[in-house]
Design a protein around this ligand. Structure first.
Ligand SMILES: Nc1nc2c(c(=O)[nH]1)N=C([C@H](O)[C@@H](O)CO)CN2
Length: 120
């Protein structure tokens, strides 16, 4: 299985349980692993045979600027479903970190995996 990774992707979004928290956009940090449906591009050297990671980042930024979530869990689910649904990835692992929310810790958040990495 081949994996595309996107490390420490900073995205502006409206997120938080209390209503006041969602009034102003905050920066979240994503670490993403995306399984490829096949490894054809390793032989063909052709961008159309793979998942274009630039397009993935653009779609994530686009959707997270237009949407608002209360829970990091719900935001993470939305991003995983977007990547699998729009880009045909059979498996995604996503870490969503909210920095600077609680005193005494750097960041908090969730890690979720969706799909089946053995399908690729
Ligand atoms: N499991 C979770 N717990 C909490 C979340 C969350 O998204 N998932 N969010 C909050 C608040 O938004 C907090 O980060 C700031 O007030 C609390 N707990």
């Amino acid at each position: 299985m081949d994996i595309i990774f996107l490390s420490e992707v900073k995205v502006e979004t409206h997120l938080g349980v209390p209503d006041w928290e969602r009034l102003v956009a905050q920066t979240i940090i994503l670490d993403i692993e995306i399984a490829m449906p096949h490894s054809h591009s390793c032989q063909t050297d052709d961008i159309t045979d793979t998942i274009d990671y630039g397009v993935v980042v653009s779609r994530i930024r686009e959707t997270l600027t237009s949407k608002s979530f209360k829970l990091v869990e719900a935001l993470a689910e939305h991003i995983c479903q977007l990547i699998m649904g729009e880009f045909g990835a059979p498996w995604v692992k996503l870490r969503v970190a909210k920095p600077g929310i609680l005193p005494g810790l750097k960041a908090l958040g969730v890690v979720i995996e969706r799909g089946n990495r053995n399908l690729s």
